[in-house]
Design a protein around this ligand. Structure first.
Ligand SMILES: Cc1cc2nc3c(=O)[nH]c(=O)nc-3n(C[C@H](O)[C@H](O)[C@H](O)COP(=O)(O)O)c2cc1C
Length: 196
């Protein structure tokens, strides 16, 4: 698929076939993940591949009962690895770059999945501590069920380029800058909490 076709075709899919994910396809997806850019090329994230049905159910429970998490044959959990980034970048590495690294990597996974005929959904609503416990301790950024789609969702609306892109400078709106600054000043885990 052409890159722009992949971008256009991606949807959040929340219904999966029981069919196992092809091992070669999963490997290709994970290779695409590792090609993601990262701050200082430190790749300050880890990916946990969860296949065991009971562990998938536990992840679904930790995601406040989002049952499709357990339905997908593979669930990837992208975790930030603060210490990997903090060594070089200090607080900014621990609170921001490692989360950005994990986020970009997860985004690669979503697009690679489409190119491979697979489907995903980004799950950000979960109990941080419960998921961290399940996967072994690092800060979870995203739970990502992966499987063959069993639904074809319609595209969701998007703000237009004209609305959200600004020439040279944002329009005058003090609230925008203040929100962004608050977000950056908080500890890393706060950046992944909240209702998506
Ligand atoms: C940071 C983030 C958190 C999200 N959390 C959830 C979630 O917990 N559950 C869910 O079903 N979808 C979640 N989504 C998926 C969004 O609902 C979805 O991307 C959005 O509605 C746009 O639809 P599309 O992905 O089909 O284009 C999340 C997406 C992002 C980027």
């Amino acid at each position: 698929m052409d890159f722009f076709d992949v971008v256009r075709a991606r949807r959040s899919v929340r219904a999966f076939l029981t069919k196992e994910v092809d091992a070669v396809a999963l490997r290709r997806l994970l290779e695409a993940v590792t090609r993601a850019p990262s701050a200082g090329d430190l790749q300050a994230y880890e990916v946990v591949v969860v296949r065991h049905p009971e562990r998938r159910r536990e992840l679904a429970r930790a995601a406040y009962g989002q049952t499709f998490v357990a339905q997908a044959p593979v669930v990837l959990v992208f975790c930030a690895h603060p210490r990997r980034s903090a060594g070089k970048y200090g607080r900014r590495g621990a609170e921001l770059y490692c989360i950005q690294d994990a986020t970009i990597a997860a985004s690669h996974a979503q697009l690679a999945a489409v190119a491979l005929g697979l489907a995903t959904v980004w799950v950000g609503a979960f109990d941080d501590a419960a998921v961290a416990d399940l996967v072994g301790g690092l800060d979870p950024v995203c739970i990502m069920p992966v499987g063959y789609p069993n639904e074809e969702p319609e595209p969701t609306p998007r703000r237009s380029v004209d609305e959200l892109v600004h020439l040279e400078r944002l329009p005058v709106n003090p609230g925008v800058g203040a929100t962004a600054r608050m977000g950056r000043g908080r500890p890393g885990s706060d950046l992944v909490r909240g209702d998506p």
